[in-house]
Ligand binder design. Structure first.
Ligand code: LLP
Length: 433
């Protein structure tokens, strides 16, 4: 399930979608997240065969990005009250238009779905008040919802007993995962839903993030078995997210056509069994935004520690946490301060400003410092960390009292600030002595 190998990425980069990287850094400062709108649109269109693309906004929830995908017809997932508010602020309606579909029509789509394994008190208030559809990952959520929204329809998130991810931390199936309702408990959970007066209209499985299509494909069969246990009340099935993107040299885009065909066959079998249409959803996060995103940093120090050369930049794991959390690989390039510079490449470790040894962007799983072959960099050059548009800004923190970076969206050759950098005042807001 793969396509041709991609051309290798350049290690010198001077522009992003036609906009000069030096000018972006000058205008907005560094570290700076930059997204290309057109890449996101292209990724949305790649998935047009599915009835519903539901963006897992946890990957990149800036309002401008949510607005962009909404205009592409993409629906949205929310995992917290904050994400519900973001979706509403970006123009999503809280719930589907009322009115049942006939057997030959697809059921109405829920613009926002709240997906979680618990309700905190705020999120239960929000879904009840706004009429937001809920995807329940624990049976206790059923009674809690029924008390507040009698007669609601719900989706069940099922843990099929297996999972896979790019890291053990992103594997969301099997006994090692807290997520979803255990597959063998479904008959009991269906009884609980019935006693609570809820109708189960949706079924969802998400086995992990950044896995491969061979593992993802196993979900279709598992979902079909559970769907038959639920029966005719079912109107929507979701394949979850997890679509991989190529980060490392040699990795390729997945065969999305083959993946859709597999799920479409599952949907058709269920339609035949139930005698009505079934909406088929996919719930990508990373796939829609990862490749659109770049983190521009400035080189602030270059030094040797024994035989190893370190290039230290002004972004750390407070800005991009994926390398320290998972040993994730991100392509990198240099934008030299002097446009005439064409330095030879050398092996360097790239680190940030934080007072912690793990603050290294070139590390492997387990925290081992690795190196990258990059053009020799000097203080003042810019280092660009690429494929940073998913789980980048959204996982940034204020560790070491560093402000959250600014975010810029490039569309039609124009760069637009879509989130201002935090100020020192923002850092202490709400604190008292
Ligand atoms: N649906 C559900 C229920 C999820 O929990 C997730 C991701 C997704 C969809 C989207 O998965 P994606 O298509 O993006 O792989 N911070 C980690 C990823 C954590 C993913 C959590 N859930 C990383 O940086 O790789």
């Amino acid at each position: 399930m793969s396509t041709a190998a991609p051309p290798s990425r350049p290690v010198v980069r001077r522009d992003i979608a036609g906009v000069s990287i030096s000018e972006l850094a000058q205008d907005h400062g560094t570290p700076l997240y930059v997204y290309e709108a057109e890449t996101i649109r292209r990724r949305c269109r790649d998935l047009a065969a599915w009835d519903t693309i539901r963006f897992a906004q946890k990957a990149c929830s800036n309002l401008a990005i949510l607005d962009l995908v909404r205009r592409e017809g993409v629906m949205v997932d929310a995992v917290s009250t904050g994400e519900i508010h973001r979706a509403l602020a970006a123009g999503y309606q809280p719930h589907a238009a009322s009115g049942a579909a006939s057997a030959s029509e697809l059921p109405p789509v829920h613009p926002i779905v709240y997906t979680a394994d618990i309700f905190d008190r705020d999120s239960l208030d929000a879904v009840a008040k706004l009429g937001i559809h809920v995807n329940c990952g624990s049976a206790d959520m059923l009674e809690q919802l029924a008390e507040r929204v009698p007669g609601a329809s719900v989706t069940l998130r099922v843990n099929p007993g297996f999972g896979h991810g790019h890291s053990q931390k992103t594997n969301t199936g099997g006994e090692g995962s807290k997520h979803g309702i255990w597959h063998a408990d479904i008959p009991e959970v269906l009884r609980r839903a019935e006693w609570a007066g809820l109708s189960v209209t949706g079924l969802h499985m998400h086995i992990g993030s950044g896995t491969d299509l061979a593992h993802l494909a196993e979900v279709a069969g598992a979902l079909e078995r559970v769907a038959l246990e639920i029966g005719r009340s079912l109107t929507t099935i979701s394949a979850g997210g997890g679509l991989p993107v190529p980060y490392k040299p040699g990795e390729v885009h997945a065969d999305l056509g083959g993946y859709f065909t597999l799920w479409d066959a599952t949907r058709k079998k269920l339609e035949q069994q139930f005698g009505h249409r079934i909406r088929l959803e996919i719930e990508p996060g990373r796939y829609l935004t990862a490749e659109s995103g770049y983190l521009i940093t400035e080189v602030r120090a270059v030094k040797h520690q024994g035989s190893r050369k370190y290039v230290l930049v002004d972004a750390g794991f407070n800005t991009l946490a994926r390398p320290v959390l998972y040993g994730s690989y991100h392509p990198m390039s240099i934008c030299p301060r002097d446009p005439a510079d064409a330095a030879a490449t050398e092996e360097v470790a790239i680190g940030g400003p934080l007072c912690e040894s793990g603050d290294i962007f070139t590390q492997t799983d387990g925290g081992f410092v690795a190196t990258r072959s990059l053009p020799a960099a000097e203080v003042g050059d810019l280092l660009v960390i690429e494929i940073a548009g998913a789980y980048g800004f959204v996982m940034a923190s204020n560790y070491n009292s560093k402000p959250l970076p600014a975010e810029v969206l490039i569309d039609g050759g124009k760069a637009r600030l879509v989130r201002a950098r935090q100020t020192p005042g923002d850092l202490i807001r709400g604190e008292t002595v």
